[in-house]
Structure formats: C-alpha cells, structure tokens
Ligand binder design. Structure first.
Ligand code: E9O
Length: 598
C-alpha cells in the first residue's frame, strides 16, 4: 500500500485535529451513535491514544469500544477523481461509518487501511464516525488473556462476592494504548492510477541493477525516471516491470544514507518513490550489509510518550533518532509492533537500521496466558495463526521498499522452549511466508524468551538467533558473577548452531536518580554494572553480532506490583533524560565501529 502524498496529480487532506469523542457505555451500537452527531461528546486529539488525554481512570482503563466523530467535506475540484479515506493505524479494531453507513472494518492496530469514498460522499457535511475497539484476546495481536489477572498483576485469588471492573488483561508488558494512533487522510488520484510499487536493488560491482514492478489500475503507459540526490537523472525505464541500471551507485549505508527517487508516471497519475541501494545477507555467523559484517548497537524501543500514549509524534521521532545518534547507536527493533510509516521514512533518510517486528507478542501456541493458564483449544490457535499470517503479509507489503529495514521479526517471546514441536509447526510456515512475500528476501527471525533454550526448535530454524536474556536481572539478579557464568554457558551452546546471534533484549529496571556507591538492583550504578558484565561476555564471541539494550526509554505499562508507573529499563527516562547508563553506553558504542567489529 503506497504512502499518501501530495503532488501535481494527487491531493492530500489531513484530518488530524480535534474530533468529538465518546466512550461506549454498552449502548453505542444499539442506539446507533454513528448515525447522528454524538450527544455530549468530549474533545479528543487525533492522532494519539485517548487513554491519557483526560484526567479519568475510567477512560484510561476503558474496555471495549469508543466512538470518534467529525464532519468532512470534499472540495469540488476533486470531482471525477478517485477519493480515498486512509487510516495510518487504529488500535486495535475499527469500524468506519460515513453518513451512518458502515464503509469498512479493519482488524490489527498497527497497520494502515483505506477505503474508496468517491461514490459515498457528498460535497458538504459528511458525518465520519470511527468506532474503535481496544479489546485484546486470543484472536488479536498482541494477545490478551481472558481468564482473569494480567501478566504483571496481583497473585492472590479473588475475593468471592467482589466484582472487579472489566479490564483488558494484556499478555504483554506495555500499556494497551488505543485509539486513532496515526494520521487519518483523504487523498485523491486519477481514476486510472498507480496502485503499488516494488523496488528490488541488487549490486554488481560499482553499478546497481534495480528490478521494479508497478501495479496499475486501468489502461495507460508507465514511465520511470530515476533521480539521484542532486536531482540528476541517472536512469530511465518504460513499462510496468523491468530492470534499470544505475552506474557508479551511491550505497545506502548505516548512518550514511543515500536515497534515490523513482518518479513514476502512468497516464495522468504520478508518484515518487524513494529507495536506497544496499544489500543484506546472512553468511555463516555474520550479518552482512553491503557485503561487510555489521554490528548492531542500539535498543528495543516503544512508541510511547507522556499524554500522546502511542500516537504518532514526529517531534519525538526526530528527537529519538537524535538521541540514538548521540549515544552511538546504529539500529533498533520496532518492539513489539510495526512503527509508523513516518518513522520508517525518517530512518531511511537518517540511515538507522531497523528490525521490523509484527505485533505478535504474548502468543502462546499451547497454553493460555502466563497468568491465567488453561489449555488453548485448536480453534483459538488457528484463529491467531490466520491473523498472524495476515499481519506478516500486510507488514511486509507496507514496508518492503524501505532500505532501513534489514530483517523481519515474526514474533516476540512466544513459548518456543516450553512447546518446541507446536511452536515449530506454528512459526516455520510464517518464516517461510515472510521469505516468500518479501521481494527483497531479507533475513527473518523470531525473538526468543529466556527458558530451556536447548529444547528450542524454532529459533535454530531462523536466519539469525535473536535472544532476550536477563542474566543479572530476572535471573541471578544482584549476582553479576553468576550472571556472567550462566551467560557464557548459554552462548557456548548457541555458538554451535553456526548462525549470527543478537541480543534483542537485556536490561535492568532503574529508577532515575537512585544512586548508591555499591551497585545494587534498581540503582543507576547497577544498570551500568549489569550492562558492563553482559558486554564482557558478548565481546568474547565472534558470532555475537549485536546488542540491543532493553529499553531505549522508560515506558508505560499496566498497573501492577512489578511496575512503578511503568517499565524502568530505559537508558533514558520517559521524558528522554539520560541515566548514567546512557553515558556508559555512549562511551562503549562510540568506540565500536558499525562494520567489522567482529
Ligand atoms: C518483553 C518486554 O516487552 N521481554 C520482557 C521485558 C521486561 O522488561 C518486557 O518489557 O520484562 C522480559 C521477559 C523476561 C522473562 C524472563 C523469564 C525468566 C524465567 C526463566
């Protein structure tokens, strides 16, 4: 799906701003709130999560649907055009009504969807209503538990006779922010239009051979003009599919990006697609970018900020990349869902290397949620698998042309060690699928949780071994010598698999401002010593090719006895102030080259 743009053949209207809003009290659909103007609505900014915009525990903990509404008008100048209403992301389930009619529905809270409206819209006073459901359960990604409790909640049995309020019980460790999270736009195209663009560069010495495929609707002629960054024409082509050559190519390099622009015309329509020329390959136990062994330095991140929740915040995106550059990082993982298209575009421009992850977190292929237990029936697993299949396809289709993305992660922390067979049977087809649908055939991985690693059949079947490990925190917390021994024992095992290893998570909760000369857990000093201990071992293994600290910044989670207003494993606080560990990491990472460290 193409990112919406403004150009001489396409109009773009941004519907960001203040919408009317009302949380469903259980009567919303029965009373058809979507058919008329909402009665006594509150104001709500779009795009953003709704949870933290108001001082209301009911809204923060709301379970079920909310209704967003506004009027839209279509300029007369767009008559005769194809007009599309597009949502960057609505979390998790959306029903969209125009003038009281349901015009589309979408499942999955982190990917875009769109609907043509030229035949449904009047020029003035169109009532647009979006009903948004935040429920997470066994059929959604991320997964929620339906059997009471939550992953980080209380452990005592409930008191008979007490009815707790109905709430989501996420099977994951980040706040279940919901709402219209990314921009809502209307764009127009001519009736005959460019529907999709696929670009697959490959390198032959100093020149790039670039395969392209343009999907078009209607009859017409397709032309391509390729520009370099100085806006000089470097190649031209005709037709919907083919190959063009760029001589003396400028490579897209980590932290040294170079973007070409493919200007495509098709009849009246045009679209400009940027792309970078770079290669990615896993060879033995190395991860090669442009043929050279790359070392990942960075973090698992979150889209998370005060008041905005998980809503798109471009200032924050720019700031975060600036902090990544400051600290000497070159990469991050989009834990635990695909980030906004705007962030991917920014990483293309700035040269940050990205591991793009699906929202498959908390998936249990055999048993119910960590807290609830209870066996899952086959139907539930199949149901998750179908949706999982769809998000793998949709994520790769959305992100396929981004040079910043070097690997797909099909899931985070599933029960791959507890149920090796079921897990392999569940994930291997998704691994194959990702390879099949990615025209650039990038490496594919799954991120593994700590457990009985030798039983795991899924991780060894992936291209890169990605491990979340907490030696010195969840295991041997406070005993860094034991942590180092255990870590070495585990790495000795993974080394025998003969694939590159990346730590996609390792970290320690740290309360900013808590200091002790003797490093103990939760102090800033302990976070530094924890990282130092891990690094001492990482550096001994040639097959260890990347370190992503958990997490870039402190982030919000559900309330519970393990979290003090959120997860505090950030190297930065939630408002992006460096902890002691950030300075330590800066010192280490600025001395580690992006290439040929190992
Ligand atoms: C997922 C991430 O979203 N990994 C978790 C992170 C955390 O800080 C969370 O925020 O808790 C770590 C999971 C560690 C599980 C360790 C289990 C050890 C038992 C053998």
């Amino acid at each position: 799906m193409l990112y919406p743009v403004l150009n001489s053949s396409r109009t773009l209207i941004d519907l960001s701003g203040i919408w009317s809003f009302k949380a469903d009290d259980g009567t919303g659909f029965q009373q058809q709130w979507y058919a008329n103007k909402l009665k006594n609505p509150m104001t709500m900014a779009v795009p953003a999560s709704y949870n933290d915009q108001k001082e209301s525990i009911d809204l923060r903990d709301h379970y079920g649907y909310v209704f967003y509404q506004r009027e839209i008008a279509i300029p007369k100048t767009l008559e005769g055009q194809r007009i599309v209403l597009r949502f960057g992301a609505v979390t998790h389930y959306a029903k969209v009504y125009l003038n009281g009619q349901l015009i589309t529905e979408h499942k999955g809270g982190f990917l875009p969807f769109e609907v043509e409206i030229q035949d449904k819209v009047k020029s003035q006073n169109n009532l647009l209503t979006v009903a948004v459901n935040n429920v997470v359960d066994y059929s959604t990604l991320p997964v929620g538990s339906e059997v009471g409790g939550n992953m980080l909640g209380g452990v005592l049995p409930p008191v008979p006779g007490v009815t707790p309020k109905k709430q989501n019980a996420p099977n994951f460790d980040f706040f279940n922010y919901a709402g219209i999270h990314r921009p809502v736009k209307i764009y127009s195209t001519p009736k005959k239009f460019i529907e999709d663009i696929t670009i697959v560069p490959s390198l032959e010495g100093t020149k790039a051979s670039v395969y392209y495929k343009i999907d078009t609707i209607g009859q017409g002629e397709t032309t391509l003009t390729i520009y370099d960054e100085e806006r000089e024409v470097v190649a031209e082509a005709k037709g919907n599919e083919g190959t063009f050559i760029i001589e003396n190519v400028h490579l897209w390099q980590p932290l040294n990006a170079y973007l070409y622009a493919a200007e495509i015309t098709f009849g009246e329509d045009r679209y400009e697609q940027s792309f970078g020329v770079r290669t990615v390959e896993v060879k033995d136990s190395q991860f090669l970018i442009n043929g050279k062994p790359f070392y990942f330095k960075g973090f698992g991140k979150h889209e998370d900020f005060i008041a905005h929740g998980r809503g798109l915040d471009e200032v924050l995106n720019v700031k975060d990349l600036s902090l990544l550059r400051w600290i000497g990082a070159n990469s991050f993982r989009t834990s635990h869902y695909p980030y906004s298209e705007e962030m991917m575009n920014l990483c293309d421009r700035e040269g940050f290397v990205v591991i793009d992850e699906t929202p498959a977190v908390g998936v249990n292929v055999n048993f119910g949620a960590m807290s609830g237990g209870g066996k899952r029936d086959t139907f539930e697993v199949l149901h998750t698998h179908q949706h999982h299949h769809d998000v793998v396809v949709d994520m790769i289709e959305r992100d396929k042309n981004h040079p910043c993305i070097v690997m797909w992660s099909i899931a985070n922390e599933s029960d791959t060690t507890a149920f090796p067979e079921s897990s392999y049977n569940y994930y291997k087809p998704l691994y194959d699928l990702a390879h099949k649908v990615d025209p650039q055939n990038r490496p594919v991985t799954i991120v593994g949780v700590q457990g009985e690693y030798k039983t795991d059949k899924t991780l060894p079947a992936m291209d890169v071994i990605c491990l979340n490990r907490y030696y010195g925190w969840y295991i041997y917390g406070g005993d860094l010598n034991a942590a180092k021994q255990a870590l070495s024992i585990e790495l000795d095992y993974w080394k025998t698999i003969g694939k590159p290893i990346i730590f996609t998570e390792y970290g320690a909760d740290t309360v900013a401002g808590l200091h002790l000369a003797t490093p103990t857990m939760f102090t800033e000093e302990y976070q530094v010593e924890f990282l130092r201990a891990n690094h001492e071992i990482f550096d001994k293994y040639d097959c260890f090719v990347g370190e992503h600290v958990w997490n870039f910044a402190d982030f919000q989670t559900i309330q519970g006895i393990m979290r003090v207003e959120g997860n505090k494993k950030g190297a930065f606080t939630r408002d992006r102030r460096p902890k002691l560990a950030a300075h330590y990491l800066q010192n280490r990472w600025t001395q580690i080259p992006d290439f040929e460290y190992k």
